[in-house]
Design a protein around this ligand. Structure first.
Ligand code: IPD
Ligand code: CA
Ligand code: CA
Length: 255
């Protein structure tokens, strides 16, 4: 299964790479900061056609076209282009994220870093990999040596969770805090030991399904802000190397 996920992620990635820097149509999803491009849709069509052909009995949840429900224990969760704002503005940080769930549990997933041509993969109980090489979270247990990463919701003006205040709290403690613009890749950089922690307060299942498994299989911890395992309904997320988890949760929960 994972080989099929790798194959389709890379095919979708090629479509995205070909579209990068060209002239493409851009539409707005509600606000002027939430974009969708023609290339998001092209990538999604390719992935969904593939799944429809190979696994016609499986359900699908995909960002741009929503749910396709079948009477199946399997659900594919797809972000055909994670990092659309970067893509649309010519910043080469974006990915394709595909996960497969069985009875609500993610059994395998991949995040393809399109411009680096690097793929992160995980299968349940089998470890996490970057281009086939095993990866692990880092073992940093203090903020002073940590580089952290976050993202901001599209509706930051109205979101009650004070994202800027939390950003400041970590900025004043950590070695550095980054904001890359592709949540799926943020997870992978935690999984591969680059970042010690990643938090974001308004994610969707397609942003986190694959990354969640990749971090956990790399030895990290992923929970919501109550410290619970993620479900399809989660949106406030913390992924860490494990050693910083409680410390970061404490700060995120402070009012
Ligand atoms: C977005 C990116 C971004 C995160 C947003 C997501 P999209 O996904 O992952 O890093 O901050 O919350 O919605 O819209 O580019 O697929
Ligand atoms: Ca996304
Ligand atoms: Ca997307």
């Amino acid at each position: 299964m994972i080989n099929k996920i790798i194959e389709i992620s890379k095919e979708a990635g090629s479509v995205i790479r070909e579209g990068f820097g060209t002239h493409f149509e851009v539409e707005f999803k509600g606000s002027s900061s939430n974009l969708v491009t023609e290339i998001d849709k092209k990538s999604e069509k390719l992935i969904l056609d593939y799944i429809g052909k190979e696994f016609p009995s499986h359900s699908v949840l995909s960002e741009e076209s929503g749910k396709r429900t079948r009477d199946s224990e399997y659900v594919w969760i797809v972000d055909p282009l994670d990092g659309t704002t970067n893509f649309a503005h010519g910043l080469p940080i974006f990915s394709v994220s595909i996960a497969l769930q069985k009875n609500g549990e993610t059994c395998c997933g991949a995040v393809y870093d399109v411009m680096r041509d690097v793929i992160y993969t995980a299968e349940i109980n089998s470890g996490a990999f970057m281009d086939g090489k095993k990866i692990r979270v880092n073992s940093i247990d203090n903020f002073e040596e940590s580089v952290l990463v976050t993202g901001f919701p599209y509706d930051i003006q109205n979101n009650p969770f004070n994202a800027v205040e939390k950003f400041e709290a970590f900025l004043l403690r950590a070695r550095a805090v980054r904001r890359l613009g592709s949540a799926a890749l943020d997870f992978c950089y935690v999984a591969s030991g680059v970042f010690s922690g990643f938090w974001e307060v308004k994610l969707s299942p397609w942003d986190f399904a694959a990354g969640d498994l990749i971090v956990r299989e790399a030895g990290g911890i992923v929970t919501d802000l109550e410290g619970k395992n993620l479900s399809i309904n989660s949106s406030q997320i913390l992924a860490t190397n494990g050693l910083l988890h409680q410390k970061m949760l404490d700060i995120l929960r402070e009012n």
